[in-house]
Design a protein around this ligand. Sequence first.
Ligand code: PXP
Length: 250
Amino acid sequence: MSRRVRLGVNIDHVATVRNARGGSHPDPARAAEAALAAGADGITAHLREDRRHITDADIDVLTALCRRAGKPLNLEMAVTDEMLAIALRHRPHAACLVPERREEVTTEGGLAVAGQEARIAPVARTLAQAGMRVSLFIEPSPAQVEAAAAVGAQVVEFHTGRYCHLSPGQRPAELDRLAAAAAQAQGLGLEVHAGHGLDFGTAGEVLVIPEIVELNIGHFLIGEAVFTGLDGAIRRMRVAMDEAVSGGAA
Ligand code: PXP
C-alpha cells in the first residue's frame, strides 16, 4: 500500500500581493480556507521579522481559522525572542525554525543548527513544552541532521531549493544527498518533511524518498493559481504527489 504524504500550503505570497497595494485583497485567510477546501492538509505561514508579507493580524486570524477547521497551522519563525513570544501566545500546531536575513528574497538556505546548539536548544525545548511540534528547516547534511536531533527537534524539514535549482542532469547527486539525510534523520527518530522551490515535477521527484511524510509548498502553487485557480493548482499537486508515491500515473 502506498503512503499518503501530507501537503502543507504556504500562503505567504497571497499576503505579498495584498501588501503591494496596502489593502485587504487578496486575503490570505480566504486563501487558507480555499486551500483547505481543495485538500491541503495544513497551512504554513512565515511571520518574517520585517513583516513583508504575513502580519501579526494574519497570524491571529489563521490560528483561529485552522483551529476551527481542525487543521494544523505551521508557523515558520526565526530564532528570536520576539518570535518565540508570538508562538507562545498563539500556540499553533507546529513551529518551524528557519534562518532569516532581511536582505534575502526568500529563505535562502537551511538553519545552521550545528554550531548554534546552545542558542537553538532552549527555544526548541520551550516550544515543545508549550505543545508545539518543533521542526527545523535544514540543509540535507549529516552534521545538521545530527545537530537537529541533539537539540531535541521532533521534525526536520529539508530545504529542497538547491535540488530544484539544479539542472535535471545534476539532480541525482542532490537527490542522493536528500535520501541519505532522510534515512539518517529517521534513524535518529526525527520525522522528515521537505520544501522550498517545489513544483508539480520536483515534488513528485523528491517523493521517491520514502521517509518524507510532508511537503510544504507555496510560491509555485500561488503562482499557478493565477492560471488555474488555487483549487485547481492544489488538486493537481495532490494528484502529482499521490502518483509519485504509487509509482506513476494509473
Ligand atoms: N518550507 C519552508 C521552511 C520555507 O521557508 C518555505 C518558503 O517560505 C517553504 C517551505 C515553501 O517554499 P516555496 O514558497 O518555494 O514553495
